[in-house]
Ligand binder design. Structure first.
Ligand code: NAD
Ligand code: IPM
Ligand code: MG
Length: 365
């Protein structure tokens, strides 16, 4: 098999975690006799500096032609005051829209080895394994009209029926393979668009009577995720609520540096960590590469049905954590403090150890 991947390292720690991910990817692909073909392009601030735009047509074309896109992160202090359409983040938003990546999947899974280093108590975290399905190409992020002048600023939160239906359907389908529980998160007590969301989700639910549906207001959901994360299986929600809830979920798992994501459309797929470009630690070889490496695992599973490869990467991450290796963001006294590169080497080493063991290829991210 040959796989064609568009690589977009981006800004800040993006290139550092991408280097880690590509090293892992190449190693895994070789083990599984999979031929890889890469295109690499600038995106975000790096692209703005070189071409005066955060996303060139050439980069977009490379992404449209690839089987899967891998993205590091975009953004940084130096580009914060640019007009909106030139900000690094605009590139990511346009890419999601152009590739029609309407489903963003962000799993919040607690690694056992890690349970004592989270900011939450171990007994609260035990058994936490849920996934956020965030709508990614609609809602207030893209609604018109939008703008600001000297006296006011405005955005529009709008959803079309088909947009809610397709993400809800995917959430119910995945729930069927999991614990069969969907929590739809909205703000229907205040927003009409949320009332609409709630009604459409209920309509879609009729085709999935074996899955339990609960509705929850977003403020309560934020609290419940921290109070009792074990109650959730699949959370489905709109673009902005999903953005916020997935960062909260990031802390459940210990650090944003641990959370991978997949963005899927009908034809295209993009994989990126949930975290940003972390300008505060960029260039120091101390970023946690796990979110990016786990995003590669998601790519193998979702884009190429290589479940065994994905499972081995996931287990190699787990084993590396069990052995006590930690980057600075998750370090506690008694651990082995390692750099981005050393963490990557350990994960690859443990991948090789596990590769020789028997396994069924059960991927849980
Ligand atoms: N998908 C993306 O490209 C993406 C996502 C979020 C934020 N951003 C952008 O990134 C820039 C910085 O945003 P922010 O500071 O709000 O969020 P951030 O995720 O970049 O950083 C938040 C905090 O988490 C830490 N952190 C994040 N990832 C880490 C990792 N892998 N290892 C260790 N520590 C890590 C950072 O050091 C920082 O203290 C902004 O320009 C923002 O727009 C981009
Ligand atoms: C960088 C930004 C545009 C992006 C978002 O808000 O979607 C980020 O926060 C994310 O969660 O992927
Ligand atoms: Mg975010």
């Amino acid at each position: 098999m040959q796989i064609k991947i568009a690589v977009l390292p981006g800004d800040g720690i993006g290139p550092e975690v991408m280097r880690a991910a590509l090293k892992t990817l190449k190693h895994v692909a070789e083990k599984f006799q999979t031929e890889t073909q890469f295109s690499e392009n600038l995106i975000g601030g790096a692209s703005f500096e070189e071409f005066g735009t955060p996303l060139t047509e050439e980069t977009l074309k490379a992404c449209l032609e690839a089987d899967a896109v891998l993205l590091g992160a975009v953004g940084g202090y130096e580009w914060e005051n640019l007009p909106h359409h030139l900000k690094p983040e605009a590139a990511l938003l346009r890419l999601r829209k152009e590739l029609a990546l309407f489903t963003n999947i962000r799993p919040a899974k607690v690694y056992n080895a890690f349970i004592d280093s989270s900011s939450l108590k171990a007994e609260v975290l035990k058994g936490t394994d849920f996934v956020v399905f965030r709508e990614l190409t609609g809602g207030i992020y893209f609604g018109e009209p939008r703008g600001y002048d000297a006296n006011q600023g405005w955005n529009t939160m709008i959803y079309q029926r088909y947009e809610v239906e397709r993400i809800a359907r995917r959430a119910f389908e995945i729930a069927r393979q999991r614990k069969k529980r969907v929590t739809s998160v909205d703000k229907a007590n205040v927003l009409e668009v949320s009332q609409f969301w709630r009604e459409v989700v209920a309509d879609v639910h009729k085709a999935f009577p074996d899955v339990e549906l609960t509705n929850m207001y977003v403020d309560n959901a934020a609290m419940q995720i921290v109070r009792d994360p074990g109650q959730f299986d699949v959370i489905v929600t709109s673009n902005m609520f999903g953005d916020i809830l997935s960062d909260i979920a990031g802390m459940i798992t210990g650090s944003l540096g641990m959370l991978p994501s997949a963005s899927l459309g009908e034809k295209h797929a993009l994989y990126e960590p949930v975290h940003g470009s972390a300008p505060d630690i960029a260039g120091q070889n101390k970023a946690n590469p796990i979110a990016m490496i786990a995003s590669v695992a998601m790519m193998f599973a979702y884009s190429f049905q290589m479940t065994r490869a994905a499972e081995l990467i996931e287990r190699a991450i787990e084993k590396t954590l069990e052995l006590g290796y930690r980057t600075a963001d998750i370090y506690q006294a008694g651990n082995k403090l390692v750099s981005t590169d050393e963490m990557t080497e350990q994960i690859i080493y443990n991948f090789d150890v596990l590769y020789h063991e028997e396994g069924l290829g059960v991927f849980t991210l």
